[in-house]
Design a protein around this ligand. Sequence first.
Ligand SMILES: [Zn+2]
Length: 292
Amino acid sequence: MVYDGPVMDNHFHLNRQGRFLDAARDFQRVGGTHIVLVHCPDFSSPPTTREGHSKAYRDTVEMAASVRKEVGLSTRVVLGPHPAAFAHQFEKWVLEDGEDGKQQAVNNYRDSIDAALPFIEEGEAHAVGEVGRPHWPVSADIWALSNELLEETMHLAAQGGFSLQLHVEGESDETYGDLAKMALRQGMDLTRLVRHYSPPNIDRNYTHGLTPSVLAGKGAIETLLATYEQRSHGFFLETDYMDDLRRPGAVLGPKTVPKRTKQLLDAGVPEDVMWDTHHDLPLRVYGEATSP
Ligand SMILES: [Zn+2]
């Protein structure tokens, strides 16, 4: 099977202290053409001011520019806070300041979203993410607030006509349906709601019209093959590559999506399905990539 179409990794992080451009080169060497570079927050001290958020996002935008210029890959950029950042700041600030701390965490979340929007308006970023809710057990308070803020962000996305990359809790059968309900309440086009780190089951009865971005581990192939004909409108493939030297190849290595694409084609997935995953659907969800 000779597929000469594009190959896009829909969730890729880079880190100047990691392998940085060499990781992007690895991806390119095995046939990768496009990456969606997702902002990686500094988990040890996430920004606490709007200016701090803008500055951190600016750095991600500049990394994407280096990937284009020095490696020659097309890129799209996704900017936003990580659900973990909100939950951790919330816990810390509530301990320190009670109700005020709670409000401070909410305000900082809103600032982190607001700071991303000008980049989208200027065409320097293509979506907001990874937003969502904690994917580990949290207090009822944090859970309720995370949901409220997520729905608020869905409202902004519907108004602004941009997409969201979601990072949400694991394997529960209710997750997709729950998210679809929230998004429809806010008038969002469900295609624009991308579930990052999604399980390989892409049957439309399971995904409820959202766009799954399947974590392309070895074990994903079988379920993908068993369900892709029942998909809703399409799906992405991703590695969630972290570019962390302490955890090389986590979550999956940079060469994985090109490799899985080839395996899917070899297993009989038609070329036009792969063109959709790597070209048509990205256009609908994010608009044009920025070329080198
Ligand atoms: Zn990620």
